[in-house]
Design a protein around this ligand. Structure first.
Ligand SMILES: Nc1ncnc2c1ncn2[C@@H]1O[C@H](COP(=O)(O)OP(=O)(O)OP(=O)(O)O)[C@@H](O)[C@H]1O
Ligand SMILES: [Mg+2]
Length: 373
């Protein structure tokens, strides 16, 4: 380690450059940075005023000369100059001041990204001090981060629901066998809530309020115990502020179209999956990652629609960053670091055990149903 530093070969850094947030993972340290993908810029001078959480606080509250930019939207880099600046800022913030340490940086980028944008990301990482840069596909990173050994000849299905995109992939032997990327994820859930509130209650609410409703009472599958939440917005008829109480049943109505589309897409990927791999998936279950997968009941909905046990990965929002950092170890001279293998096997065991116990439960209840008949 010391010699690595001395020679300028520093840490392995994994970056999840997401639509909603940027996470930085450093081997041995874990997640060292977790910030929203937001930048505020002074339009007159084109200087950056704030990046990350500081910038996010300004959403909806800026005067005319200040622009709040989300440079990655709908899973694509919509403003790549700002993305480059934001990425450089985060890398430097995460690394601190290690003038001798030149890290290897792996960046996980949205799946619908052009070659030009990929190069812009690579350049930004190099300019921020990277010795070597890898660009990684999101489902592969998500799978590694969820503790799946992607190198095995065994089918695993990963559904990563972020802010801008939902990536669904069947992975075996280190590659995507069948996959798709939908421009439908957490941000669209918020938009659906805004639309619903306007139509049903003539109430105009902001992005932040919609996200709060989604996180607190959002529902993709009927709840056993309905919940409710008060929200403030602007009454579109009187033009004045108004408080109303929203229920989880209403959220189910607001979100049903979005969540059904995701479940349909999972179903259609399963239909395209070669039978041997489909059998593996039905044994091992579907793994969900990304912040959007935390929407209440989305795992249950997918389980019901596919008949396959669906689990949310541990620390679902960090999987992509962790997997991106660990990917470097696969790439380093083609060798898999034994320490990684050990760590990974432990988490696979954990994953499989969890899966097995869930499967046992499903088998038990199926048997009970059969016996009843
Ligand atoms: N508990 C929760 N319930 C529902 N949604 C949540 C929850 N926590 C976070 N989210 C949503 O998750 C999304 C962000 O997830 P994530 O950080 O994985 O996205 P990202 O990786 O930045 O996006 P992408 O992968 O599309 O580029 C946001 O839409 C956020 O509102
Ligand atoms: Mg993501």
């Amino acid at each position: 380690m010391f010699f690595d530093r001395f020679l300028g070969f520093g840490e392995s850094i994994g970056i999840d450059l997401g639509t909603a947030s940027v996470l930085v993972y450093i081997k041995g340290k874990g997640i060292v940075l977790r910030e929203p993908s937001v930048v505020t810029v002074d339009k007159d001078t084109n200087t950056i005023l704030a990046v990350g959480s500081e910038a996010r606080k300004m959403i909806g509250k800026t005067p005319g000369n200040i622009a709040v930019i989300r440079p990655l939207r709908e899973g694509v880099i919509s403003d790549y100059e700002t993305t480059e600046r934001m990425l450089k800022y985060f890398i430097q913030k995460a690394m601190g001041s290690h003038p001798l340490a030149k890290p290897t940086i792996a960046v996980c980028v949205p799946s619908i990204i052009t070659e030009v944008e990929k190069r812009a990301v690579e350049d930004a990482a190099r300019q921020a001090g990277a010795r070597k840069v890898f660009i990684i596909e999101e489902p592969i990173a998500a799978a590694i981060g969820a503790g799946i050994d992607i190198s095995r000849p065994c089918g695993s299905m990963v559904v990563d629901i972020g802010g801008g995109t939902t990536d669904i992939a069947v992975i075996s032997l280190g590659g995507n066998v069948v996959s798709t990327s939908l421009k439908l994820a957490g941000d669209n859930f918020d938009e659906a809530i805004i639309k619903y509130m306007r139509k049903k209650h003539s109430l105009l609410i902001g992005e932040k309020s919609a996200e709060l409703l989604k996180i607190n009472i959002g529902t993709a599958y009927e709840r056993t115990m309905p919940v409710s939440m008060d929200i403030r917005g602007r009454n579109l008829i009187t033009g004045l502020p108004k408080n109303i109480t929203v229920t989880s049943e209403e959220m189910l109505e607001a979100l049903s179209e979005c969540v059904e589309s995701i479940a349909d897409a999972v179903h259609s990927i399963l239909e395209k999956t070669p039978p041997e791999l489909a059998a593996d998936i039905s044994d091992r279950g579907i793994v969900m990652t990304g912040g959007g997968s935390l929407l209440y009941g989305l795992d249950k909905l997918i389980s019901k629609r596919t008949g396959i046990n669906t689990i949310i990965a541990e620390d679902a929002m960090s999987c992509v960053a962790i997997g991106t950092g660990r990917y470097i170890e696969f790439e380093n001279g083609g060798k898999i670091n034994l320490k990684y293998k050990r760590e990974n096997n432990i988490s696979i065991e954990k994953y499989e055990k969890k899966n097995e116990s869930e499967l046992e439960k499903t088998k038990d209840s199926n048997n009970k149903k059969k016996n009843k008949k």
